[in-house]
Write a protein that binds this ligand. Structure first.
Ligand code: HEC
Ligand code: HEC
Ligand code: HEC
Ligand code: HEC
Ligand code: HEC
Length: 307
């Protein structure tokens, strides 16, 4: 029923050139604020609003560290004009409080059209299918270091496949009349989840070399460093508790961060070694993380080995 209706409508509207123009809403090609795109793409707008991309400008920490936006070199990735292949963005003038918004990611001045991963018929604004949107390289203009780490990992999985997961077929549009004219399409989560490593993404092994104990911690599941960052300051906290069974526990702590360059690279085990003249009964390893923009620590893994 919906299909027949759509077919008839597309012949009526799409078939005759001048008619198509009637439906164009000119302001959409002038980089409006994200809310305007949300007039039709209501669900995607809601997801994006929850994302860190939407907070990139208004983030308290960014405001402080950019010294009230006076450090000009900081602004381009946090309020970009356009995302172009192989180039750092330039800073835009309008709607900076939107952070990384729909127009920055989707509008291209070169074609004066909205680019995206799909082939669509979109009367209010011209659209172009563009395969760049499905590539990790797309994210590299800003996530430069993470992209390099990912590249080194040799992973076949794109950034999008994990951080913009496919959420099945949905309508791209929620308002009248377009929601009646279009079928559901593959949709990707625009909340850009930070995700959390699973316990099994990190392997822990305990080795003995003479009187030396070596704890090997290996990132086997996430194809970039843990934690990873270009500018932010995320941390991993590792605690090793060596229990001798007589009430005595020795604690060894390590803090990992991109700044200190001691993160868990993909498939390159981190080795922590220490001397112990007596044999321990138990060794417990716990790993917590803290994201750049969060205060709380979150548990990633606990590991207990009885000797
Ligand atoms: C090349 C692009 C780029 C530039 C330039 C840039 N950032 Fe960022 N920034 C990012 C990305 C990407 C993130 C996401 C987290 C990460 O990878 O560090 C981020 C995250 C952050 C965060 C952590 C998130 C938050 O809101 O708390 C802060 C703070 C920050 N940037 C401050 C700065 C400051 C200060 C400057 C200038 C010295 C700057 N950025 C310049 C790309 C950039
Ligand atoms: C008046 C309604 C309306 C508004 C406002 C609107 N769009 Fe659309 N958009 C559409 C329609 C209709 C489609 C096609 C839907 C379909 O095929 O299911 C579409 C499709 C898209 C696509 C898919 C293109 C592709 O090739 O993958 C993107 C991306 C997009 N819009 C971005 C935007 C952005 C960014 C804005 C704000 C600047 C915006 N839209 C504002 C109606 C609108
Ligand atoms: C125009 C620059 C830019 C582009 C392009 C970009 N990002 Fe970001 N991204 C940022 C900035 C800046 C932040 C940090 C915002 C904040 O927290 O203040 C961020 C944050 C994130 C976060 C949250 C990180 C955290 O610390 O929790 C994820 C996940 C993410 N981006 C994934 C992606 C993916 C996947 C792509 C490609 C589809 C992408 N980004 C493209 C600039 C960009
Ligand atoms: C950081 C860049 C970025 C931002 C911000 C962004 N998008 Fe996207 N968008 C993408 C990418 C990348 C894809 C392709 C995902 C894929 O195919 O794996 C996409 C896909 C889409 C699609 C096709 C359907 C889908 O879910 O795959 C539509 C429609 C769309 N975006 C609209 C919007 C609208 C509207 C906004 C603002 C509310 C927005 N986007 C914000 C990068 C972005
Ligand atoms: C196989 C899935 C996968 C792929 C592919 C992937 N990531 Fe991640 N990413 C994760 C997981 C899981 C986390 C959470 C790590 C944690 O718990 O600390 C994460 C965390 C992040 C963070 C937040 C900072 C941190 O270390 O917690 C950023 C930013 C990020 N990824 C960007 C990217 C970018 C950019 C790409 C592509 C170049 C990418 N990721 C590819 C799974 C993936």
């Amino acid at each position: 029923m919906k299909k027949t209706f759509i077919a008839l409508m597309s012949i009526f509207i799409g078939g005759c050139g001048p008619f198509e123009k009637i439906f164009i809403e000119e302001d959409l090609l002038k980089r409006p604020e994200a809310k305007r795109c949300g007039d039709c793409h209501a669900e995607i707008y809601k997801e994006w609003k929850k994302s860190r991309h939407a907070k990139a400008w208004v983030s308290e920490k960014f405001r402080e560290e950019s010294e009230e936006y006076s450090k000009v070199k900081c602004l381009k990735c946090h309020a970009p004009l356009e995302v172009l292949e192989g180039k750092k963005p330039v800073t835009r003038d309008k709607h900076r409080e939107d952070g990384i918004n729909c127009s920055a990611c989707h509008y291209r001045e070169e074609t004066n059209a909205i680019h995206g991963p799909l082939k669509v018929w979109s009367p209010p604004h011209p659209s172009r299918q563009d395969e760049f949107f499905e590539k990790s390289k797309y994210c590299a203009s800003c996530h430069e270091d993470t992209y390099k780490e990912w590249k080194m990992s040799g992973s076949e999985k794109s950034c999008q496949s994990c951080h913009m997961p496919n959420i099945g077929k949905r309508d791209l549009i929620q308002n009248f009349p377009y929601h009646l004219l279009h079928l559901a399409k593959p949709r990707h989560d625009h909340s850009f989840p930070s995700l959390k490593a699973k316990s099994e993404d990190i392997e822990i092994r305990i080795k003995k070399e003479g009187k030396r104990r070596i704890i090997e911690i290996e990132n086997v599941g996430v194809p970039h460093n843990l934690p990873t960052a270009d500018q932010g300051d995320p941390k991993y906290y590792i605690t090793i508790e060596v229990n001798f069974g007589n009430g005595k526990i020795r604690k060894i702590r390590r803090t990992l961060s991109p700044e200190a360059e001691n993160t868990l690279s993909y498939k390159k085990p981190l080795r922590i070694s220490f001397f112990e003249s007596k044999d321990p009964k138990e060794i417990k390893v716990t790993i917590y993380r803290r994201l750049s923009w969060k205060k709380e620590r979150e548990l990633i893994k606990t590991y207990l080995a009885s000797m």
